[in-house]
Design a protein around this ligand. Structure first.
Ligand SMILES: NC(=O)c1ccc[n+]([C@@H]2O[C@H](COP(=O)([O-])OP(=O)(O)OC[C@H]3O[C@@H](n4cnc5c(N)ncnc54)[C@H](OP(=O)(O)O)[C@@H]3O)[C@@H](O)[C@H]2O)c1
Length: 308
């Protein structure tokens, strides 16, 4: 089977390139930048052409607008990239009876206060443009009736691109003192663990004996059947921490002992978007459906720091 990955030069896209090497499927890696087969996911005709030319039966969408604060002022491009583009990919997969694997975010929640881990059917209440447009993307995919898997993830980091771990590795190595917020808690996600889960789950869905990948029944119909594996899933690492705890562990495992890290309140770092105070994803559904083993966040952080 040929699987197309979009946004291959991002954090998750790069980890997909590493993990996909273990798969027997053929993976094609695309992005808008040099070094990859060029595919702009805002261009529906270009997607259709690539799908047809390569007989693509599954798309893993790792492309998105991911700058949460800049989304507030960036204008239409955020909705185009986070909602219209996933809809384009869904339409292209629907036309060939293929599977769309899409990645969304815990920021679809946050408007209503809560203090228990979010389940997949909790009502979306985004607080900013990024979360709202990602929610629109999920809804647009569902409307096409394509066979889809949407993985909502959170606090993503990897060896690639810009992320919290790399920023804090640098700051704890160079600053004598650092303040980090302790009043926002969630769970970090090592992008390699998410990529592992995606490749395992695609394999399970499309290559198992009772595979319903490419079945004549669309997700709209099969969603109603108890057997269907299509739908929305939550995936982060296991456990819970604040950004302060996360930073303490980054410093400890990288041996940056010279930095005095202190907890502070979110008010000390005003930002254009209000982040959820409690943003933990409940992963029961993905574990029950696919039997995936999800590593504890500290174990994965250690692995990433070793790889860096
Ligand atoms: N990062 C997080 O903390 C986080 C948390 C929760 C969920 N997520 C979700 O996880 C997914 C992966 O995030 P990530 O951090 O790996 O993203 P990322 O590092 O920002 O990578 C996104 C990639 O998409 C590319 N791209 C931009 N516009 C494109 C277009 N029109 N067509 C094709 N590719 C395009 C980007 O290229 P350029 O760099 O050249 O623009 C980049 O290579 C996203 O859906 C994101 O919303 C992320």
């Amino acid at each position: 089977m040929t699987i197309l990955v979009t946004g291959a030069n991002g954090q998750l896209g790069n980890e997909m390139q590493i993990v996909a090497k273990q798969s027997s499927d053929k993976y094609i890696f695309t992005d808008v930048c040099e070094g990859y087969e060029k595919l702009d996911i805002t261009d529906l005709e270009a997607i259709r052409k690539t799908v047809k030319e390569n007989d693509v039966k599954c798309i893993v969408n790792c492309a998105a607008w991911t700058n949460v604060d800049a989304a507030e002022t960036a204008g239409e491009i955020v909705e185009t990239l986070n909602a219209t583009a996933p809809e384009n990919l869904a339409k292209a997969m629907k036309e060939v009876n293929g599977l769309l694997v899409h990645v969304s975010t815990d920021y679809v929640f946050g408007g209503d206060p809560y203090n228990t881990p979010c389940k997949e059917d909790q009502k979306g209440t985004p607080t900013g443009v990024y979360g709202l447009t990602k929610l629109h993307g999920e809804q647009a995919i569902q409307k096409t009736c394509v066979n889809y898997l949407i993985f909502r993830t959170a606090w993503l980091y990897s060896e690639f691109g810009k992320n919290f771990v790399k920023t804090m590795l640098n700051l704890t190595a160079t600053k004598p003192q650092l303040k980090v917020v302790f009043d926002q808690v969630g769970t970090p996600t090592y992008a390699k663990d998410l990529a592992d889960a995606i490749v395992t789950i695609i394999n399970r869905i499309c290559h198992s004996e009772q595979s319903d990948c490419h079945s004549e029944h669309s997700a709209c119909h099969s969603e109603r059947s108890e057997e269907s594996l299509y739908g929305i899933y939550h995936f982060s690492n296991e456990g819970v921490c604040s950004w302060y705890d996360f930073t303490k562990m980054i410093a400890e495992y990288s041996g940056h002992t010279g930095c005095d890290i202190q907890p502070c309140h979110s008010e000390e770092f005003p930002s254009p978007v209000k982040r959820p105070a409690y943003s933990v994803l409940d992963k029961t559904k993905v574990k029950d459906a696919f039997g995936v083993d999800i590593p504890y966040w500290i174990d994965s952080l250690k692995k990433c720091i070793i790889n860096l």
